[in-house]
Structure formats: C-alpha cells, structure tokens
Design a protein around this ligand. Structure first.
Ligand code: HEM
Length: 133
C-alpha cells in the first residue's frame, strides 16, 4: 500500500506483472483508488519527460548490536541525471511534500557527484572536459 506495488511480484496493485503500467484511475468496489495517490509510485512517477532520470538502488543489512533490531539496514539511492536541478529536484520535492514511504525512511546523507563521460577509444576519462575538441 505504501509503495503501490505487491511485495512478492513487484507488480503495481492494479496489475499482475512487474512491468505492467499502473492504473492510477482504478477504484475498488467502494470507489476508493486502488493505488493510494500518496503512495511512493504515485508521487514519484512523473509524466514530464524533463523529469526522467536513471535510478539504481543498493540495499544493505549489517549486524549492529547497538540497535534494538540487531541490524542496520537501509538503501543507498543513486539517481543519474544530466541536470539534477531539472530532473531530480522536482521529484525529490514532491516526495518531501507527500509520500507514504517517508514514515519508514530516515535520510542520513546526501551528495552530488560529477561523472565524466566514458573514455573514448585511445583517450582518457574526462578528456572531453579537459581538452578542446
Ligand atoms: C529508502 C528510500 C527509497 C525506497 C525504499 C524506494 C523504493 C522504491 C520502490 C520499491 C519502487 C517501486 C519499484 C521500482 O520502480 O523500482 C520505487 C520507485 C520509484 N522511486 Fe523510490 N525509493 C526510495 C527513495 C526514492 C527517492 C529518494 C526518489 C527520488 C527522489 C525515488 C524515486 C522513485 C521513482 C521515480 C520511482 C519510479 C516510479 C514509477 O514510475 O513507477 N525513490 N521506489
């Protein structure tokens, strides 16, 4: 309910398979939306092509006897974007305004890195930034 997808298959609550398109207009027999408009996918999804970016998540769990759960678990969220201010920040802002996932997440760090293009054949990483073409 919080994410808007099924835990076992990853399918949206309105679909059967992970790649099925979520139907945000679908309602149940009481007339309530099947996918909560405040769910993570409803809030994170953008129809604006200018706001699209690549995501890569790394989840981790490590033993930590100092915690009541006995472990430290979380997710390192990476977003790859040519222009973070245009692509990433509007989505982040929307999730900050409202996202049911927020109740379960504590942000502990954040950073922005510049990633140069891959090295061309016979060249070196960052060459296009350091030399005139
Ligand atoms: C602990 C933090 C987070 C968790 C556990 C989490 C989890 C998830 C899950 C389970 C999905 C659905 C599966 C998928 O499409 O991969 C998803 C989708 C998504 N998340 Fe997150 N997420 C987190 C943080 C973020 C942040 C910080 C952003 C961006 C600011 C973000 C943006 C998105 C987007 C754009 C989608 C795809 C929505 C769609 O088009 O269906 N997420 N996330």
């Amino acid at each position: 309910m919080i994410v808007g997808r099924r835990l076992d298959t990853g399918a949206p609550l309105t679909g059967r398979a992970e790649r099925d398109e979520p139907d945000f207009g679908a309602t149940d027999r009481f007339g309530f939306p099947v996918i909560d408009p405040a769910s993570h996918i409803a809030r994170a999804r953008s129809t604006d092509p200018a706001e699209r970016f690549l995501r890569r998540a790394y989840n981790y769990t490590e033993p930590d006897p100092r915690r009541t759960t006995g472990e430290d678990s979380g997710l390192v969220f990476l977003a790859y974007a040519a222009d973070p201010a245009r692509q990433f920040v509007p989505v982040q802002q929307r999730l900050d305004d409202l996202d049911r996932l927020n109740e379960w997440v504590t942000t502990i760090g954040s950073a922005v890195y510049a990633v140069p293009p891959a090295a061309p054949q016979g060249g070196y990483t960052g060459q296009s930034l350091l030399e005139e073409s």
